[in-house]
Design a protein. Structure first.
Length: 283
C-alpha cells in the first residue's frame, strides 16, 4: 500500500494526464489508469482515504463512489454573480431554451461540462438542437461578445496562484508559461484582487481563467477580466508547472473523508445524472 496515495486517471489518454502522472510518480505516489468499463475491481486494493482522480466528469460519475473521492467545482452561476469590474461584460445565467430565443450575437457556453462547444452565435437559432444532455432546461451562461488579446489559466490553492500558463492569444491556442511572461505581474495582481475579494465564493482548489480584453461592445471597457472558473481535476495544464498544478488537482479531487467544511458547498453531488452533473452538497 502506498502511503503517499494514489492518483487515478480516466482511461482517455491526455498530455496533461501524462504530465501529472510523472509529477505524482516523482513524489512517490502510485498512478493507476482506471479500466474503461468503469469500476476499480481490476486495480487491486486502494488505500482507504488516500485516493485522487484526474479525468472527465462523465467517467467520474461511475467511479467516484468506489474511489471515495470528492470532486470540487465552482457553482454554475459563479461568473454571472461576479461584480462587473471583474468581468467587463454582461454575463447571465440562463437555460438553453432561453438562449435559443436570443436575437443578438452572444457567447454561449455550458457552465462546466462539455455538452456543446462554447462559441459566439449570431443569434439563438444557431445553438444546438435538443439531444442527449441538451434539453431546454440545460444550464448555460450567456455573455456579451468581447475580444481577448491573451488568456491565462491559473491553478489556485487556498486563494493563492500556485502556477499558471497563457493558453490563447486572440482566440488561438498559444501556450506559454506564466513565469517570465510580460503580463505575469498584471495577471497576478488582478488575480490577487479577485481572490482577495471573491475567493470565498470558490472551492479551495480550482482553476481560474483571466484575460486581457481589448475590444468590447459599444460602451464597454478594456482591461483585465475573468474568463471563467473550472474544475482543476478536468483542466489542461498547458505550459504550467505540472508539479505545482498537481497540488491543486489532488485537493480538487481527493479523499471524501478529508473534505473541509468550507468546500462542502462546492462538492459535486454523487447522485446526479452523469449526462449533466452539477454542484451540490456532499452527504
Amino acid at each position: 500500500m502506498n502511503e503517499h496515495g494514489v492518483l487515478t486517471l480516466s482511461p482517455q489518454r491526455t498530455t496533461t494526464g501524462e504530465l501529472l502522472s510523472a509529477a505524482a510518480t516523482r513524489r512517490g505516489m502510485r498512478v493507476e489508469v482506471l479500466p474503461s468499463h468503469g469500476g476499480t475491481g481490476t486495480l487491486g486494493p486502494l488505500p482507504a482515504g488516500n485516493v485522487h482522480y484526474y479525468g472527465g466528469p462523465r467517467f467520474a460519475a461511475g467511479v467516484v463512489d468506489d474511489l471515495g473521492v470528492a470532486l470540487l467545482e465552482p457553482a454554475d452561476g459563479w461568473l454571472a454573480a461576479l461584480p462587473h469590474a471583474y468581468t467587463l461584460r454582461r454575463v447571465a445565467e440562463a437555460t438553453l431554451g432561453e438562449a435559443r430565443r436570443l436575437t443578438r450575437p452572444a457567447f454561449v457556453k455550458p457552465p462546466s461540462d462539455k455538452s456543446f462547444p462554447p462559441a459566439v452565435h449570431a443569434d439563438g437559432g444557431r445553438l444546438p438542437c435538443d439531444g442527449p444532455g441538451l434539453s431546454a432546461d440545460t444550464p448555460v451562461l450567456i455573455s456579451d461578445v468581447v475580444t481577448w488579446e491573451a488568456e491565462f489559466r491559473l491553478f489556485v490553492l487556498d486563494g493563492e496562484v500556485r502556477t499558471g500558463s497563457q493558453y490563447a492569444t486572440f482566440g488561438r491556442l498559444d501556450a506559454v508559461p506564466l513565469d517570465g511572461h510580460r503580463h505575469r505581474g498584471a495577471v497576478l495582481d488582478f488575480a490577487a484582487g479577485l481572490l482577495g475579494t471573491c475567493g470565498d465564493t470558490l472551492p479551495s482548489a480550482v482553476v481560474v481563467e483571466v484575460g486581457l480584453v481589448t475590444a468590447c461592445e459599444p460602451g464597454g471597457a478594456d482591461g483585465w477580466a475573468v474568463v471563467e472558473a473550472n474544475m482543476a481535476w478536468f483542466s489542461n495544464c498547458y505550459a504550467a508547472d505540472p508539479d505545482r498544478a498537481l497540488d491543486v488537482v489532488l485537493r480538487s479531487a481527493g479523499p471524501r473523508a478529508r473534505l473541509a467544511g468550507r468546500d462542502r458547498p462546492f462538492c459535486r453531488a454523487r447522485d446526479e445524472n452523469p449526462a449533466r452533473l452539477g454542484a451540490g452538497r456532499c452527504p
